[in-house]
Write a protein that binds this ligand. Sequence first.
Ligand SMILES: [Fe+2]
Length: 286
Amino acid sequence: MDIKQLGYLGLSAREPDAFTTYATDILGMQRVAGEDDTTHFRIDDRHHRITVEASDRDGGAYYGWELADADALRAAMDELSDHGVIARQASQRELEIRRVAGMVHFLDPAGNRVELFHGATSGEGEFTSARDVERFITGELGLGHVVLASPDVSAQQRFYTDVLGFKISDTMRTPFQATFLHTNPRHHSIAFVDGPFFGIDQPFLHHFMLEVPDMDEVGRTYDLVLDREVPVTMTLGRHSNDQMFSFYAESPVGVHTEFGSGGVLIDDATWQVTEIPGPDLWGHRH
Ligand SMILES: [Fe+2]
C-alpha cells in the first residue's frame, strides 16, 4: 500500500487544558474548537493535525496515516486482510472528530491504534500561530514524526514494512535498538525504539516532532521553554541520521516533543540504508 504521510496524531490527556497551554503558548500551535472532550490543534492549512482527548490516561491515542483516496483505502483493507489484519470502519463520530472522509483502524503488533484515512478537511482561513511561529514544515511531508517505544522493535519493523509498505531509512543497535522508517521524502515519519531501554515495558509514544524552517525559531522556542521552566528532556543537539537540529521538552501528557529544523530529505533512487553508530552528532544531553 502507498501511505502518503502522517496526517494526524491523537493524544490522550488527564489534563487537556495543561496540554493546550503548552501546545499554544510554547509550541505555537493554533487551538481549534473541538467536540465535547476533544481539542484540536492546527499547524498548517489543514483543519487540525493534532487532537487531544480527555482521558484517565496520558499518552499517544491514535496515529492517522493518509492514503490517496477511497479506492486506495479499499485496496489497503484488502491487503491488510491478506495479512490476517482485520481493519474496522470508523464510526460517524470518529469521522467527524478527525474531519476526514473515510477511515479504518486496527492495532499494530505492539497494540498501538493505527488509522488509515483519506479526504482530510482544510481549515478556515490562514493558519495563525498562537504566538509568532511563521510556519511549520508539513505539506506532503506530513505533520512531522512519531517515535514509539515498544518491547519488540523487530516485530514493529516487519509489520510496518511488510504490511504497511514503509521503507527503512536506517537502523541503530547501540546505545539502544531503533529503526527509522519513511513513507515520503521526510527522513522518518515513524521510528521504533527499544522500550525496556527507557525503563518501560508497555508500548508508549516517546515523542512527536514538529519542524520549522528556521534554526533561530528552534532557539527562540528553547529560550521560551527555559523561561517557562518546562522540563527540557534533551538539550539542543543534532541527530546523526536526519541531521535535525532540535531539542526535546516534556509535554503535560508525558509525551516528549521534539522541536527542530534542518531535517534531510530522502531520495529513494540514491538512498543507502545504513546502521548508524549512535543517535547524535553533538548535544541532546539528558
Ligand atoms: Fe525525533
